[in-house]
Design a protein around this ligand. Structure first.
Ligand code: PGA
Length: 246
């Protein structure tokens, strides 16, 4: 399995930010892990052109379920692919919260992503209240069952466990807590997809930074990271790539 360091720029960045990308690919010309950045949609084509031939893949942060049509303001998976994307993040907690995205919608988006040849990064995770109530495994189990379509393979799907309370807060679960959820997700995937589950990448996301990346990557069943804030700076994201490649 090739591990994955994925960066999510969210609604940040400008054409100027491509200088950070230049630095990143210069410092990490051939990392052992896969390296991915998901900028805002307006920068995908530019970034993909900028890094052509380099060991950096580009992805989107969302797509519509339809291939085309009367959906003002939306972007289809094929449009992301046409712009140079290889991946798309789906069901991020910010989209679930800001846009009311349900598991069923995320599942339909994943199928649309596959139809366009994209690999879907499906996000799930509990809120702080759900963790405090002791329902973390039930919540992520339901999200996994509801958001991941039946045709998932190691090639077309990546799962990202992102506790909502850890995103952008500087707080992270303990390593044991991460291990518990990732082990649970691996077992749930194995039950549904059999041997394929061992090859499916399980990312941890939520306040991953250079100072905690190595210890998180040493946790069993953590096959990479989905990184928000720390993916905006080449030095920080590069350090996370290096930790995952070690
Ligand atoms: P963060 O975001 O790394 O800034 O906590 C993670 C994410 O939302 O993917």
């Amino acid at each position: 399995m090739r591990k994955l360091a994925a960066g999510n720029w969210k609604m940040n960045g400008s054409p100027m930010s491509l200088t950070e990308v230049t630095l990143l690919v210069k410092e990490h010309p051939a990392p052992r892990c896969e390296m991915l950045l998901c900028p805002p949609a307006t920068l995908i084509a530019q970034m993909a052109w900028h890094v052509r031939g380099a060991a950096l893949k580009v992805g989107g942060q969302d797509c519509h379920t339809a291939a085309s049509g009367a959906h003002t303001g939306d972007i289809s998976a094929q449009m992301l692919a046409d712009a140079g994307a290889a991946y798309v993040i789906l069901g991020h907690s910010e989209r679930r919260a800001d846009h009311g995205e349900t598991d069923a919608l995320v599942r339909a988006k994943a199928e649309a992503a596959w139809d366009a040849g994209l690999t879907a990064i499906l996000c799930l995770g509990e809120t702080g209240a759900q963790r405090d109530a002791g329902t973390t495994l039930r919540v992520v189990g339901e999200q996994l069952a509801g958001s991941v379509p039946d045709g998932a393979t190691a090639a077309n799907t990546v799962i990202a466990y992102e506790p909502v309370w850890a995103i952008g807060t500087g707080r992270t679960p303990t390593l044991d807590e991460i291990a518990e959820v990732h082990g649970f997700l691996r077992a749930a995937l194995a039950k549904r997809f059999g041997a394929e589950a061992a090859e499916m990448r399980l990312l941890y996301g939520g306040s991953v930074k250079p100072s905690n990346a190595a210890e998180i990557f040493a946790v069993p069943d953590v096959d990479g990271a989905l990184v928000g804030g720390a993916s905006l700076k080449a030095a920080d994201f590069g350090a996370i790539v290096a930790a995952l490649s070690a």
